[in-house]
Design a protein around this ligand. Sequence first.
Ligand SMILES: Cc1ncc(COP(=O)(O)O)c(C=O)c1O
Length: 397
Amino acid sequence: MKASGNSGEQAIPAYQNASPGAEVPGPWLDRLAHLLQHRQQSGRQRSITPASGIDFCSNDYLGLRRDPRLAQAASSAASAYGSGSGAARLLRGTTPLHEALERALATWKACESCLLFNTGYQANATILPALAGPGDAVFSDALNHASLVDGCRMAKANGAQVIVYPHLDLLTLDARMKSWRASSSGLALVASDGVFSMDGDTADLPALLELCREHDALLLVDEAHATGLLGASGGGLAELQGVLGQVPLVMGTLGKALGSFGAFVGGSSLITDHLLNTARGFIFSTALPPSLVGATLKAVELVQAERWRAAKALKFADRARGGFGLPHQDSAIVSLIVGDEVRAMALSSRMQGQGFDVRAIRPPTVPSGTSRLRITTGAHLEEGQVDAMIQALRELL
Ligand SMILES: Cc1ncc(COP(=O)(O)O)c(C=O)c1O
């Protein structure tokens, strides 16, 4: 059954068994229909709204997603190596392109070694349990991405303790690490987003590194929203903050600023060799198709050669922030908090009605009472479009 729209105003659908061949057992039908109806009554049913209007919500910060040079590289790679990779990396799934991309990423990110993963979600969810086990602790920022949260859950299932610290609060993190250490001799790992995906704010990596050194803790930074965008060569938040190559474990995604798909984990070869042997998301999943790897190789080259793209995206983000009275941030994510979720949804749909694809983010993705419009900017935009979006939204607000 098709879900209703996300405004919460449509009639509640009557879920029933439509096709006898694939009948859902009665108790399951009752439970799932009840859960969906409850979601809809509370205005929180998710549904898919196809892309339309000017893009102010994707993570295509550099406008590379539709670049013909990536499409050409994808097509050449598919012609040379096939449409699919055919197997997991440890079987027959590795082509010379996979190895070339891992080398290119390692050079760019100034780390000894890189390992490709199929998605950032898969990487985060599976590297934490591959590293932390019984007696160990994972310290996690309260606003970390859901994939790190799920990685923490997996690490917990693997016997590690998970200790969440308030967002960006390194004093409390320090205190919690000390108090945990007083009763444990295990190993500590700190996991943090670099750029936080829903707020657009940033972690202080030099300070986190210092703290981790004091506590012999391994630092994992998720550079999903900074890779390609921040830093002189697009090396990410670590480069912007002067610590490129110093974060022991970096996760970056390829489906955002790089306009392609996939993810990588970078660090010393000691760590990537360990992950190659233990991260279930790497071992038990078919390798990225050659076309995507070929496109990403091209993107890694273009991202570094065409830095005007990042400058444009960041300039537009600051222009939008200025339009809404928000302070500067080092990201292309502008988070306009409106509080009430019904209002956020209504604003989003009115903006879409005017041709601006601005999306609302509401609980449980963000904490209750902080529903927002998450506006992103990219190199595909023109200044006049940004100004028109600001004006339209200001009038609605
Ligand atoms: C901070 C962060 N980490 C990880 C991910 C997951 O990356 P992927 O989309 O490649 O699964 C996202 C995706 O939205 C993200 O925002």
